[in-house]
Design a protein around this ligand. Structure first.
Ligand SMILES: [Zn+2]
Ligand SMILES: [Zn+2]
Length: 333
């Protein structure tokens, strides 16, 4: 069954019609483990990459240590299987078999003796690709004639190329026209290791769903925010602690998404500006560790299915609305 956002607890524009001016659509991607092909939109699937185009590399590393990709993928496979099993006491998830427990322990021990890569360029890791035809909110970002966005990253921290934030890998965005790829690359290179297992995505198919979002409160005029909080107090006094809140239930969705509004639940709001021209940038892609927060957990089952965690919860790509050729910037929460 296709994951779907539950009905909103209420329409926040009824008590606050002025929020209508701030409404933005977003497309929740709802990734779920599967076997995407290079023709599909996916997280962690193969990219539709021209055979005659060089695969991008990172040249910023000398000797690096990390976890082998094969090991990272096996780890996620075990977690997925354990999560899917009922526990002996009947509660949800994380029931390892003895063999799995031993294997996870062996991996944890191996973590103290990480694999090594000695210098030389590292091929980037395919992270995701999105077709404009699959993701309604992507068209607004596509440069003329392009209909496919591909995201790759170097799965290590500590880059110096401007395309990363303080916590997270260096990312590269590529736009192309899918129809131009007549001879796709069949076996793309991969880096042999990644800094963390959670920088290696589980192959997921997507179930895009367009929703409407309103801004994180720090983007709104302070007098409006004061009135929203007073309204929340009033609702809570009448219906009790389960009353929905603007920030977590009614404004913006967690999880992987294209477009919409950015959350600032970890830090104060920091407006992201373009390095090239100073224009305030616009949120393109949010990668999130989970999508189950508050009223937003999709039906039938919310999840944290990609295995990807960068930043503390979220890793977001912002792009310049003035010129799509200007470099993107990453931001974390
Ligand atoms: Zn790198
Ligand atoms: Zn710019």
């Amino acid at each position: 069954m296709k994951p779907t956002t539950p009905y909103r607890p209420l329409d926040i524009t009824l008590p606050f019609p002025e929020l209508t001016a701030y409404a933005r659509t977003a497309t929740r991607l709802h990734p779920r483990p599967g076997a995407p092909t290079a023709a599909d939109s996916s997280v962690g699937g193969p990219l539709l990459w021209p055979e005659d185009e060089a695969w991008p590399e990172c040249r910023e590393h000398g000797r690096v240590r990390g976890v082998r990709l094969q090991r990272a993928r096996r780890y996620e496979e075990i977690l997925g299987a354990a999560r899917a099993r009922p526990c002996p006491d009947g509660t949800a998830g994380w029931a390892y078999t003895d063999a799995e427990r031993a294997e996870v322990q062996e991996m944890a021990d191996a973590g103290h003796r990480p694999d090594r890569h000695d210098g030389g360029p590292l091929p980037l890791l395919a992270l995701a690709q999105f077709h404009v035809g699959d993701v309604p909110d992507l068209a607004a970002y596509a440069p003329p004639g392009k209909d496919l966005l591909q995201v790759l990253w170097c799965p290590f921290d500590g880059h110096d190329d401007g395309s990363y934030s303080d916590f997270g890998p260096s990312t590269r965005l590529f736009w192309r026209r899918a129809a131009d790829v007549t001879d796709p690359l069949s076996a793309p290179p991969e880096p042999p290791i990644a800094e963390h297992a959670w920088y290696v995505p589980v192959p997921c198919v997507l179930h895009p769903e367009q929703i409407v979002e309103y801004p994180w409160a720090d983007y709104l005029p302070p007098d409006l925010v004061d009135r929203i909080y007073a309204w929340e107090d009033d609702v809570e006094a009448r219906v009790g602690r389960a009353a929905p809140t603007y920030q977590y239930d009614l404004s913006l969705a967690p999880g992987w998404k294209i477009g919409g509004w950015d959350s600032w639940h970890r830090t104060d709001l920091t407006r992201v500006h373009c390095d090239a021209c100073g224009t305030e940038m616009r949120l393109l892609l949010t990668m999130d560790s989970c999508e189950s927060q508050a009223s937003w957990g999709p039906f039938p089952e919310p999840g944290c299915p990609t295995g990807v965690r960068a930043g503390r919860d979220e890793y977001r790509a912002f792009v310049c609305p003035a010129d799509p050729a200007h470099p993107h910037r990453m931001s974390t929460q």
